[in-house]
Design a protein around this ligand. Sequence first.
Ligand SMILES: [Cu+2]
Length: 148
Amino acid sequence: MAIVRLAVAATLALAAQAQTTVKDAWVRGTVAQQKASGAFMHITSASGGKLVSVSSPVAGVAEIHEMAMDGNVMRMRAVPMLELPAGKAVELKPGGYHVMLLDLKQQLRNGDTVPLSLVVEGKDGQRETVEIKAPVKPLATPGHDMKH
Ligand SMILES: [Cu+2]
């Protein structure tokens, strides 16, 4: 118990200093053999910055994706970074920006928790790593099943 309490205290201390806060994170569940999924969340950077990379132990590769019109077809594509305006929540959601988890190492089942590490670069060039745990939800999100 003492160890658990210590860990919670450490987390709170980090959160108090954190420049970047992440809320409402979730990962879309997968079926067996499915190799890709998306992670969604609200990211707020207190003084502004950009999300430059994401990683997760469940995925061989994690990319930052955006949805964009290509002629009449909505497609998603990797972007090198995601701008985070100061104090404004940026929403990653199905059909919009999202974190793409590729080369999945396991099935993501409803109720599982997926650790994600987000690297945010501040305006001063300082990098901050935000560790979050996102619950897996089985939500059907047709908007996300787009071609690359
Ligand atoms: Cu994607």
